[in-house]
Unconditional design. Structure first.
Length: 150
């Protein structure tokens, strides 16, 4: 019994460390594809940030993360819909990122604007299917399409 309590304590400690470090457990591609309502090829045309009241923030030093109501958003230009289970996907969509990530507006704008990839999204409001790794490389297209047929 003592070993079981020690294991439970260590498991809870690891969970607490994970949560406080603002990370998520990696999720297998097969699960994300299965859960995606939309699989699209798109280019990130703009990255912006809003505060908790939806007001646009323009200061490149603005940040997101635990304790902040700010939210980073990706603006996508959809070139191709690989798969969708819901009404037609708009050509221009906005994808809100998880608020808990530690992001800085200026650096994310510089890193992400212009990137093209496959996006795994869910819902009519185009949420990421999972907080991490929902943007995939175009090199994974064949694998993603294979997973969609299974």
């Amino acid at each position: 019994m003592r070993a079981a309590k020690r294991f439970l304590f260590l498991a809870l400690l690891c969970l607490a460390a994970t949560v406080s470090a603002t990370s998520v457990v990696p999720k297998p591609l097969v699960e994300m594809v299965r859960e995606a309502d939309h699989v699209v090829v798109a280019t990130i045309t703009r990255v912006d940030m809003v505060d908790g009241k939806g007001r646009l923030l323009t200061d490149p030093e603005s940040r997101t993360g635990p304790g902040s109501a700010n939210q980073m958003r990706l603006h996508l230009d959809v070139q191709e819909v690989i798969s969708t289970r819901l009404p037609p996907v708009s050509r221009k969509i906005q994808v809100p990122l998880w608020r808990m990530w530690h992001y800085q507006l200026g650096s994310m704008q510089g890193q992400l604007t212009g990137q093209r990839g496959i996006f795994l999204l869910t819902g009519r409001d185009y949420q990421p299917v999972y907080p991490a790794d929902f943007q995939r490389s175009l090199d994974e297209r064949e694998e993603i399409q294979r997973l969609l047929t299974h």
